[in-house]
Design a protein around this ligand. Structure first.
Ligand SMILES: [Zn+2]
Length: 524
């Protein structure tokens, strides 16, 4: 009995010792784990669109909510275990018009406040797009990087991931230590790219290597729309396929090739190459090789699909046996920065006699915002006739609101972007009308509205190049060169501030200076 009495405290002591040891171990781990902040602001905004983007459009996530944007940082993921993560403020908007100064300042000041409140950091991961335009502010991403750098200090390693349609200013290049961008358009590698930015950041911190010793930069004076530079087609296909193997060489940390963004009028808008690494010669050499390759291919970039006027596209689609026949209503593509409410195409479509009768070739038109019509459709319900005006609330430069009359075929609520979606059948055309703008990019976007693109003759989408699911569904496809905020005829746009000479705006160009320049390190 006496022995038992002694045994209990002894057990307690052993247990206490184990708990203490575990506690000490976890504190040691915590101390060994780097502190890494996450922040980001991303939008592609056209300065050739009358739309303005407000703060709400960024769907900003604060603190731990931001983890949901990064599946590779899920609680059980290996990357999550390797650092103490401090997500701060991450905003990502649908492409759109110029961001108001108020919205930009609000998001950035909240970011800086949060970084100040939680610093110091060993690293910062920045998730940006690179083609944001802000009222009265040049090079917003350069400004953002500079302000983040000032907040976190020079010893913190900043790793930035970007869209390949982003633009890289010297200021941006200087203030980031690691930088990478997508290697595929459409951007099937978006998450992979962000994960690479994070993995490299952790690796440079944990290995003690710190910032790469060299950052080489080449300005390539070429400005082309995304629809001519898809990596599904040559020459972009081979050019971008060469990036990953080249980046695996010893002495190289990463290689990024930016197409740039064609619908904003700033000196930073053009193609660019950056290589980071610890081997000076290789870093410079690879940057120059990539830049030279891009420049030499400049005249070979062409549209990802046959292109023509809307009438030419409809004529081809009407005689085609390929079903579904996709037509991209390119000029008003909201995924490239247009408002998505231009009625020019819809107006012509509804005027065509081929589609006036319900027995005509079946058409889906995706989509047009029309909040008033949505309200009316909700009031009458599915199966009943509705009529009202749609579109041209934001961009009415090419065509005014369109009177749409037809039978309500579906009403669906709850989409993050559209909020409410309505299908109205007018003749043989099913028009998707939304409360707020939305891009239709997957099969489910249609099937949830009881529309089946695979059984439809002609599917017209406000997109440029097709996203993977639509691309897989298409039997025929043309790009309709329609008017809008992201007009594909960029040579016809009124650029005033881009660098000149620039391909394709200036003819008979001499070979530009494609020598790589070493960007000063962020602490220099
Ligand atoms: Zn892009």
């Amino acid at each position: 009995m006496k022995r038992l009495v002694w045994l209990i405290p002894a057990c307690c002591l052993v247990a206490f010792g184990l708990v203490l040891q575990a506690f000490r171990q976890s504190r040691a781990d915590m101390q060994a784990s780097p502190r890494i902040a996450i922040a980001g602001i991303a939008i592609e905004s056209s300065t050739f669109s009358p739309a303005r983007t407000e703060e709400a459009a960024f769907y900003t996530k604060y603190g731990a909510d931001a983890f949901s944007s990064y599946p590779f940082l899920s609680p059980d993921s290996p990357l999550r275990q390797q650092a103490i993560w401090i997500p701060t403020v991450v905003g990502r908007a649908l492409p759109g018009g110029v961001v108001t100064r108020k919205a930009y300042e609000s998001i950035v000041s909240k970011t800086i406040d949060s970084l100040n409140a939680h610093k110091p950091f060993d690293g910062v991961y920045l998730d940006i797009h690179g083609a944001m335009s802000v009222e009265g502010l040049d090079d917003p991403e350069g400004d953002y990087l500079q302000r983040v750098r000032k907040a976190v200090g020079n010893s913190t390693i900043i790793s930035t991931s970007m869209d390949l349609h982003g633009n890289v200013s010297w200021r941006l290049a200087k203030n980031t230590d690691l930088i990478t961008c997508y290697r595929k358009a459409p951007h099937e590698d978006a998450l992979e790219t962000k994960e690479r930015a994070v993995t490299q950041l952790i690796s440079r911190i944990k290995s003690g290597k710190g910032k790469p010793a060299f950052k080489a930069y080449v300005n390539v004076p070429v400005l082309l729309p995304g629809e001519k530079t898809s990596t599904r087609m040559e020459p972009a296909k081979s050019l971008y396929a060469a990036v990953s193997p080249a980046a695996r060489q010893n002495g190289i940390t990463d290689i990024s090739v930016w197409v740039g963004y064609a619908w904003a009028d700033e000196p930073r808008n053009h193609a660019a190459v950056m290589v980071t690494g610890d081997d000076k010669e290789k870093t410079l050499q690879i940057a120059e090789q990539m830049a030279r390759r891009f420049w030499d291919a400049r005249a070979d970039f062409s549209f990802v699909a046959p292109a023509g006027t809307l009438n030419e596209c409809l004529a081809k689609a009407l005689i085609s046996k390929q079903q579904p026949y996709f037509i991209s209503d390119c000029g008003d593509n909201p995924t490239a920065g247009a408002p998505g409410d231009v009625t020019w195409t819809l107006k012509q479509l509804l005027a065509r006699k081929e589609f006036a009768d319900t027995k005509g070739r079946s058409v889906i038109y995706a989509s047009i915002p029309g909040p008033d019509l949505v309200k009316k459709a909700e009031a009458v319900g599915v199966g009943f006739r509705v009529s009202g005006n749609v579109g041209a609330e934001v961009d009415h430069r090419f065509s005014g609101p369109v009177r749409l009359s037809g039978i309500v075929r579906a009403i669906v609520k709850g989409d993050k972007d559209a909020e409410t979606e309505v299908v109205v059948q007018a003749g043989s055309v099913n028009v998707i009308v939304t409360k707020k703008r939305k891009a239709y990019r997957t099969r489910k976007d249609f099937t949830m509205l009881k529309l089946e693109p695979l059984q439809t003759d002609i599917v017209i989408v406000k997109l440029g190049y097709l996203d993977p699911e639509l691309y897989a569904m298409k039997a025929g496809w043309m790009l309709a060169l329609t008017p809008g905020g992201v007009d594909q005829n960029i040579e016809g746009l009124n650029f005033k501030r881009i660098q000149r000479p620039m391909f394709p705006f200036d003819k008979n160009l001499r070979t530009p200076d494609l020598r790589a320049k070493l960007v000063p390190l962020s602490h220099e």
